[in-house]
Ligand binder design. Structure first.
Ligand SMILES: NC(=O)c1ccc[n+]([C@@H]2O[C@H](COP(=O)([O-])OP(=O)(O)OC[C@H]3O[C@@H](n4cnc5c(N)ncnc54)[C@H](O)[C@@H]3O)[C@@H](O)[C@H]2O)c1
Length: 274
């Protein structure tokens, strides 16, 4: 992929799935990598793959919900590499459960990781990205940041919030004439560990929901997702959709407007394990 050679890229949640694939594809394209995750085993595996590719890599345990640690980490990365060009705020978790049976704690946890983790990463690295003269913020939302589905209210809320936050940031960078591009990414179903790592509201069966996601909903590989993201980044796209599922459903919702909710409330029960 063109345009990444010599860039310093930060990837959160790099121990698995899209984050791992992004780190590897960035390394193949000549970037230097600062990777992090709470899963130190997965992170070590990614670090090994990057080292084999011969790139400079800094690997750290980082929980994206820990704001002070994130701010200190940004300073460390800048000091280590001398500059920072790109941050991929990728770390995320999934949770399933209708609002009626979800606890406040369930919903707060999703917001903490999936929304506040992105805010923490963006704010911590923004001064360094501006200073680099060639910065890029890439925030991973979801297809579920474009439309809502039953059972995903917490995840929908976090991913819509990521989209709102990132789209506003994009305009602010342009108005301020800061040298920072901004991309929001909306993947459809990607074949990763996300559903197996997910939690569910009390009373639901996590294993059958994960099995259903893996079998019926995950259609694009993490490697393909990473290539689509980097292609969008290299073209400075404001919005990147991944997969036919994301493209078709996004179009459907734009055609139907708010009426999509009525259609989905009839159709969606078929897309959930009974
Ligand atoms: N897989 C999909 O179908 C899909 C679809 C749309 C959006 N996404 C988004 O893509 C991103 C990556 O997900 P994935 O599918 O690769 O899942 P994954 O579970 O394979 O990887 C997510 C990684 O994030 C890490 N993580 C979780 N909480 C963290 C925290 N507090 N601090 C740091 N790291 C943390 C996990 O340890 C894991 O390594 C997420 O933001 C997810 O919401 C995924």
């Amino acid at each position: 992929m063109q345009g990444f050679a010599g860039k310093v890229a930060v990837v959160t949640g790099a121990g698995s799935g899209i984050g791992q694939a992004l780190a590897i594809e960035l390394a193949r394209s000549g970037a230097q990598l600062a990777i992090s995750d709470v899963d130190t085993e997965g992170l070590a595996q990614t670090e090994r793959r990057l080292t084999e590719l011969g790139v400079r890599v800094k690997a750290d345990r980082l929980d994206v919900t820990e704001r002070e640690a994130f701010l200190a980490y940004a300073e460390e990365v800048k000091e280590h590499f001398g500059k920072v060009n790109q941050i991929y705020n990728n770390a995320g978790i999934a949770f399933s459960g209708d609002v009626e049976i979800s606890s406040f704690k369930d919903i707060e946890r999703v917001m903490d990781v999936d929304f506040w983790g992105v805010v923490n990463g963006t704010k911590a690295f923004l001064p360094h990205l501006i200073e680099s003269g060639d910065g890029h913020v890439i925030n991973i939302s979801s297809l579920f940041g474009l439309l809502s589905v039953p059972g995903q209210a917490a995840y929908n809320a976090a991913k819509f919030a990521v989209r709102g936050f990132t789209e506003a940031l994009n305009q602010e960078m342009a108005i301020a004439k800061h040298p920072v591009k901004v991309t929001t990414v909306h993947p459809g179903g990607i074949k990763t560990a996300i559903a197996r790592n997910a939690t569910v509201a009390e009373g639901l069966d996590a294993a059958s929901m994960a099995e259903f996601f893996d079998r019926r909903l995950a259609s694009t590989t993490a490697e393909e997702a990473a290539r689509v993201i980097l292609n969008g980044v290299s073209k400075n796209r404001a919005r990147v959709l991944i997969g036919n599922d994301a493209r078709v459903l996004d179009l459907l919702v734009r055609i139907l407007g708010s009426r999509y909710q009525r259609l989905f409330s009839f159709a969606m029960p078929k897309f959930r394990p009974s």
